[in-house]
Every structure is written in structure tokens, then in C-alpha cells.
Design a protein around this ligand. Sequence first.
Ligand SMILES: [Zn+2]
Length: 507
Amino acid sequence: MDGSRTASAGLLGVNSLEVRKTSLASAGDTPFGITREQRPRLAILAQKGSRVFSRFGKGEASAHGGGTLLLCPTSAGNATALREYFAWLEPRPLGVGTSAGLGNRLGLATPGHVRAVRAAGGNVAPIFAQQSIREMERTGRTPRQVMDDATWGMFTEGWRDGFGADADHLKTPADVDACVAAGYTFFTFDPGDHVDDAAEKADATDLRAMLDRLPWDLLEDTRQDLFARYAGTRFDLEGRDLALDEAVVARAAAKYGRAVAHAATLYRHLEKVMGVRPFEVEVSVDETASPTTHAQHLYIANELARLGVRWASLAPHYVGRFEKGVDYIGDVARFEEDFALHAAIAWRVGPYKLSLHSGSDKFSIYPAAVRQTRGLVHLKTAGTSYLEALRTVAALDADLFTEIYAFAVERYEEDRASYHVSANLEKAAAPEGIDDRDLSALLDRFDEREILHVTFGSVLKREDLHDRLLNVLAAHPEDYAQNLEKHFLKHLEPFAAARTDENGGSE
Ligand SMILES: [Zn+2]
């Protein structure tokens, strides 16, 4: 261990103060740590005249030895100061190697996430701060709070090996601004509202009309140039011949042209506001009605590149169903066959990663995803950290869990609207009849799992449930961390085995 850890051990000598050993760190000869309390605080042992007195606020100060012991709240201001002192708490771009996003809707999941990443062996680059604008609204959190929660979680566990911060599903320049201001480094653009799924079934006349309405100025293109560019192009992908004839290009442009233009607009805006700061971008069209064909993927990638967009990962809409919090629904062999060509395109046009959105619990397709991308893959998970919080509650406070479940059942029909789920209330256990001894088993059943998953926003908006839930987790951080570690290790293991073949390619 470095000298700074030795210096930081000074904090352990303070009587009546319990500090988490994993959190010990020091800046120069000033030790820092996180206390073991229901509401953990930042402990700093400062020498006379130290700069920390002016940097860390609202602390409780007491004399200790020749110095002063400061106990400061885990506030936004102190999180900012902490990131200034410890550069490893600043997010950074991750590049195209295997990575995983671990969303944290309650703000308390990062310690468990860190442990899972460590247990998986360090081959997967983590994103510890990740939340979509939609989920921030539902959980009443700001981009900065999401970042700060990751900061405290990483500091508590002593994670110093780098991480990314994903501002997920951004739709507007204002979304971009809010996340840039909070220090994010990974920006997921979601131009899904501009995808026209009607193009899939449109006839030639309709397609022509749809093309007329495309924002050609934003695309810096004309219809003639578009067809001329693709005329006669063929791609040999893994021995399969993919021809981009006029009909195919017209359909791809009608479906995705407006989305490409919107992604380029967001990109230009991001470039401008980031200035010289490094960043990376993902483009996602996963939340749309129809799968992205290989020709459409090629169109999207070629056109984004032509417009000067640089991206680290792309999330097409794959075949099959990616429902929240449950395994892949569909034919796994067919998925792999289809996915193989998406991966070949990503290697050929990029290389860039393919991103698996709604990636939690898709255990049956992980091996295929790793195999076909040869490690150029990003796994995005979010909501199951909440389900693991409920598992923790099920074991510690049966009454609270039962109340949450009953409320979830009540809310499900309304809350499911903005998610891809198919759980059926008729098939789920009736709240009044559930057995206290078997609560956590409910979390492993398809219908109950989805019902609990998509109602989190309603549960968290009910102040009584929100506060009790957070209190249970805060009082039992080890229980929650252990459940998360176990759950995410299962996710990360198949990916940790991947070795990116940097010299590879689709040839
Ligand atoms: Zn998504």
C-alpha cells in the first residue's frame, strides 16, 4: 500500500471514532475516512493552518493530539471538495474495452457495485454514476446527486481504479447541459422520439413522402447525394453479403434519418459545451417499436460518421424482447445469429462497443454477446439494484416489504406504461395472501419481479415508504452490499472473461 494509507491510519487511533478501513486515504499528511454510523460522515484529521478548514464545510470540530478532528456531512459541497483532493474520484472516458453501467436509483448501491466489480476480477471498466433523465425525475434526484452518491460510495470502498459517469437517455440540449455541469463524461443520446417506425411498413409512395420531410439541411445532404453514396455498395460481413440498394437505403433513411440528425445536433452541442474536456458518447435507439436491421445499423453508423459524430458505443434495437429485470425473451440462437452481424458492423465501421440496454438479468444471452463482440460490449443495468434493496428489506422488515408490494400491485397498470414489461397481475401473488417467510422468493418470480421493478418511482414518491426503505438500508449497509455483490457478480462474470482482441476485426 502507498504511504498515504499509512498516514491515514492516524484516524484509527482516535478513540470513540469508528472509521471504515476501506475508506482510509490521505492527501499529503492529512488523513481522511468515512465513519461507521447510521448517517456516515467524512472524518478528517487536520493539522493547524490546513487548507481543509476552508474547503470542507459544516463540520463538527474537536481537538485531537496536536491537530483537529473534523466530522463533516456527506454534502454536495464536501463531495466536490473531496473530488478536488482525490483525482481518482473524478470520472473519465473508458474507451471501447468491456464495460458495465451500474445504475443506483436509491443512492446507496455503489459500495455493493464496487465489491461486485472487484470480485469479478477487474476486467470490466465500471460506470458507477449512471441515471437517465427519466429516472432522475422519478426518483427526485439531480445529475449532481447521482454523481455525489457515486463519489461517497467509491470513497467508502476505496475504489481507485477509474470509472465512468453515464448521463443516460439524454433527449435535449438542456439535458446535456445539466449533465455537463455535474461533471459527467459519458453521454448517451437517445434520439428515439425521432425514429419513425412507420417506415418499416410504408410502401414506395409513403417512403418518398417521408424522405421529402427529412431535415436535409441538418443532415447536410440531399436525397440524390444519399442514393449516389450508397449506389452499388455491398458489405461482406462474416461471409454474408449485405447490399444497400435504393429501396433498403430509402427505408433506413425514412426510419432513422431524423434520429441521425438529432443525434448530430446533440453531439455538436455537447462538443461546444465540453470544450477541451474529454468525453465519450453512446447513441441508443433501443427504446423504439421495431428492431434495427443490419442495413439500418450500417446506415446509422455511416451517416453519424459522415456528420462528424464520434461514439464509443451504440445500442441498436436487437431482435427479441428486453424486458426490465428479467431474462431475455426470445430464441437465443436466433439472437446470436442476428447479433453477430451487428458486432461485425461495429468492428468494421468503428471499432465501437455494442451496448445492451435493459441489460439486467439477461443471463441467457451474455455468452453470445461476449463471444460475438470479442469484448467490445457495454452492459447497462439499473433497476435491479432497487430489487436487491427490496430483497434486503424482505429479510429485515417483512411489514415494510409487504406494504411496498401491495402498493406496487396497486400502481402497476399505470406505471408499466413507459416500460417494456408483460407481467400479469392475475398471475402475481395477492398481497393479502403472501407468506412472510417466503418474501424474497417473490423477487425471483417473473410477474412479481416486473411489478416491483417498474413501480419504484411511485414507491419512492411516497414519503413514508421512501424514508422507511432508506432507513433500513442505511442501518444495514452490509446486508445491502452483500446482496448487490452476489447479484452483480453473476452479471459481470461472463463479461470479465472476455479479452478484447485489439488486432482483430471483422475480416
Ligand atoms: Zn436504454
